[in-house]
Design a protein around this ligand. Structure first.
Ligand code: 4AD
Ligand code: MG
Length: 478
C-alpha cells in the first residue's frame, strides 16, 4: 500500500506539484470529472479532478456517492474557487463499490431523525463527522486537565451490588435462565445460585468506589459508562451515558465548585482551539435551523458566541434558598406560566425552573448549592441548619443540569443516621462506612455528564445525536 496522506494535511499543504496518494469516501461526483472526497480527518473535502476522456467508462460509472476509493495524483494549486489545492488524478482505484440506487445517504440534507435510524452510516455526514471529532477532543481534554493536576485515573467497576444514588434505577446483571430461575424454599429467586451469588446491577455511578481511592490517592477521577433504567424519553437522558467523576480529599464545597468551573472552561477552550472548523460548521448549522423558528424563540447568541461567553464569565453561585425566592417572584410563576408553580421551600426544581434561572434571570451558567436534605442523596454533608446539605448542581443554558456533586458527609454518626432515615442498608455498604471509621477527612467530588457537555459544545438539541449509538427506552439497535 502506497503512503497515503490524510485530506486535512493535504488541504494545509504548503507544497504543491508533488505526487500524493489519497483515500476516502466519495461524497459527490460531478460532470464525470470532479470528485468531492472525504476521509473524516476534516469536515472539508478535497477535490479530485479526473481526466475522464482518458479514463475507462466502466470505472467512471463506479465512482458513486459512498464508494471507497484510492487516488494517486498530483497535488496542484486549484484552478476553481473554494479550495486552495486539488488533486489531478493519474490513477483511480475503486476499493469498495456503493450502489447509488441502494445507498441510504443521498447528497442532500437528511433529517436528524432519519439519520438516527441509520446511525451506522451517519458518521459519513458533515454534521456527525464534526460532532464525533469534537467529542473526541473533549474526552482527550478531560484527561489532560486532570493529568496536569496530578489526578489518578481510576477504573471503577461496571458491575456492582450497590445503587450509589439510591434511586432504584438499575439494570440487573444475571446469568440466570430468566424463564426458569432457581427458587428458594419460600418461592423467591435464589440469588445465591447466580453468577456472583448475590443480586448485581450495572453501575449508576462510580462515586462510592472513587471515594475509597481518594482516601489514599488524594485526587482521582473516573471516566466511564454508567447506566440508568429511568424511563425518561427526553432530549437530555440516555440509559447508557458516560460520566466523569472526580473525587478529592481535603476539598470543601468551594474547592469543588472552583474545580468544576475550571474543568468546564478548560475543555471548552480546548475544543474551540482544536476543532474551530467543526464548531464553526456546527454554529452555522444551528443558525440555519434557528431560521425556521419564530424570531422570539431564536437565541441571541450563536454557538461560537455562547461558548466564548461561557469562557469569559464567572459562573453565578447561588443557594437553593435564594433561587426559590427568585423563582417565587418571577413573572412566569406569578402569571402561572410554569407547569409546576413554585410555592414554597423544599420541592425539587423542575427543568423549567432551572432553565428560567440560567437563561432568563442570570443569563449564564449557574451553580446552585445547599439544597434541602430531603431531595438529595444520602452521602451529602449536612449543614448546621439541619435542613440543607452541601450539594451543588451546575446548570447550563439550553442544557439544565450539567454537573451534580457535593461535599461528602465524613462524620460516621451523621452518615449512619441519614442512611437509616433513607432506608439504605448499612451492612451492604460496610466498606464505604469503613472510610469514615479509619482516617476520615473532609472530601468532595462531582459527576459531569459527558453527553450533556458534548451537547453544549456542539449546539445539538438531542442527546441521542452526540453519542455514536444511543441507548434509550425501546432502543438498543446497533
Ligand atoms: O446528578 P447525578 O445523578 O450525580 C451522581 O451520579 C453523583 N454520584 C455524581 C458525583 O457526585 N460523583 O449525575 C451526574 C450527572 C448529571 O448532572 C448529568 O449531567 C448526568 O450525570 N446524567 C445523565 N446524563 C445523561 N443521561 C442520564 N440519564 C443522566 N443522568 C445523569
Ligand atoms: Mg443530579
Amino acid at each position: 500500500m502506497g503512503q497515503r496522506t490524510k485530506i486535512k494535511a493535504l488541504l494545509e499543504s504548503e507544497q504543491t506539484d508533488i505526487e500524493v496518494v489519497v483515500k476516502g469516501w466519495v461524497r459527490t461526483f460531478r460532470n464525470n470529472q470532479f470528485i468531492a472526497l472525504n476521509d473524516g480527518s476534516t469536515n472539508n473535502n478535497i477535490q479530485i479532478v479526473v481526466d475522464f476522456e482518458n479514463t475507462d467508462a466502466a470505472l467512471l460509472k463506479r465512482i458513486t456517492t459512498g464508494a471507497a476509493i484510492s487516488v494517486t495524483g498530483i497535488l496542484i494549486a486549484s484552478l476553481g474557487k473554494g479550495q486552495k489545492v486539488e488533486v489531478k488524478a493519474t490513477e483511480v482505484e475503486i476499493l469498495g463499490d456503493s450502489d447509488p440506487e441502494k445507498y441510504p445517504l443521498q447528497p442532500k440534507k437528511h433529517s436528524l431523525e432519519f439519520l438516527r435510524e441509520i446511525a451506522h452510516l451517519r458518521f459519513r455526514t458533515n454534521t456527525f463527522g464534526a460532532i464525533f471529532r469534537v467529542r473526541n477532543s473533549l474526552s482527550f481534554a478531560i484527561h489532560q486537565f486532570f493529568q496536569e493536576r496530578g489526578f489518578v485515573y481510576l477504573h471503577t467497576p461496571i458491575i456492582t451490588a450497590s445503587d450509589a444514588e439510591g434511586a432504584g434505577e438499575t439494570f440487573h446483571v444475571t446469568n440466570f435462565d430468566l424463564a426458569n430461575p432457581p427458587k428458594t424454599e419460600t418461592g423467591e429467586i435464589d440469588f445465591s445460585q447466580d453468577f456472583f451469588a448475590r443480586p448485581t446491577n450495572l453501575t449508576v455511578s462510580g462515586q462510592l468506589e472513587g471515594e475509597l481511592a481518594a482516601m489514599a490517592l488524594s485526587d482521582i477521577y473516573t471516566f466511564g459508562p454508567t447506566f440508568r433504567a429511568e424511563n425518561s424519553n427526553t432530549t437530555r437522558h440516555l440509559a447508557e451515558f458516560w460520566m466523569i467523576e472526580p473525587e478529592m480529599a481535603f476539598y470543601d464545597l468551594n474547592d469543588n465548585m472552583d474545580l468544576a468551573e475550571a474543568l468546564l472552561k478548560y475543555v471548552i477552550a480546548y475544543a474551540l482551539d482544536k476543532n474551530k472548523e467543526d464548531i464553526e460548521f456546527l454554529s452555522q448549522r444551528l443558525e440555519e435551523e434557528e431560521k425556521q423558528k419564530p424570531q422570539a424563540e431564536r437565541s441571541e447568541m450563536n454557538l461560537l458566541q455562547k461558548l466564548e461567553f461561557c469562557l469569559n464569565n464567572d459562573f453565578e453561585r447561588v443557594t437553593y434558598t435564594e433561587a426559590i425566592d427568585i423563582l417565587k417572584e418571577s413573572t412566569p410563576n406569578k402569571k402561572k406560566k410554569f407547569q409546576y408553580l413554585v410555592e414554597g421551600w423544599g420541592t425539587d426544581l423542575q427543568s423549567e425552573h432551572e432553565r428560567y434561572l440560567v437563561e432568563k434571570h442570570f443569563k449564564k451558567p449557574v451553580i446552585l448549592t445547599d439544597y434541602p436534605m430531603e431531595i438529595k442523596a444520602f452521602y451529602m454533608r449536612q449543614n448546621d441548619d439541619g435542613k440543607t446539605v452541601r450539594a451543588m448542581d451546575v446548570l447550563f443554558p439550553g442544557i439544565g443540569e450539567m454537573i451534580g456533586g457535593s461535599q461528602r458527609e465524613e462524620r460516621l454518626d451523621k452518615l449512619e443516621q441519614r442512611m437509616d432515615e433513607m432506608g439504605i442498608p448499612k451492612e451492604e455498604l460496610w466498606w464505604y462506612l469503613d472510610t469514615r471509621r479509619f482516617g476520615a477527612c473532609p472530601h468532595a467530588g462531582f459527576g459531569l455528564g459527558f453527553e450533556r457537555l458534548v451537547l453544549f459544545v456542539t449546539g445539538m438539541g438531542n442527546i441521542r445525536d452526540v453519542i455514536p449509538f444511543p441507548r434509550y427506552p425501546k432502543n438498543a439497535e446497533f
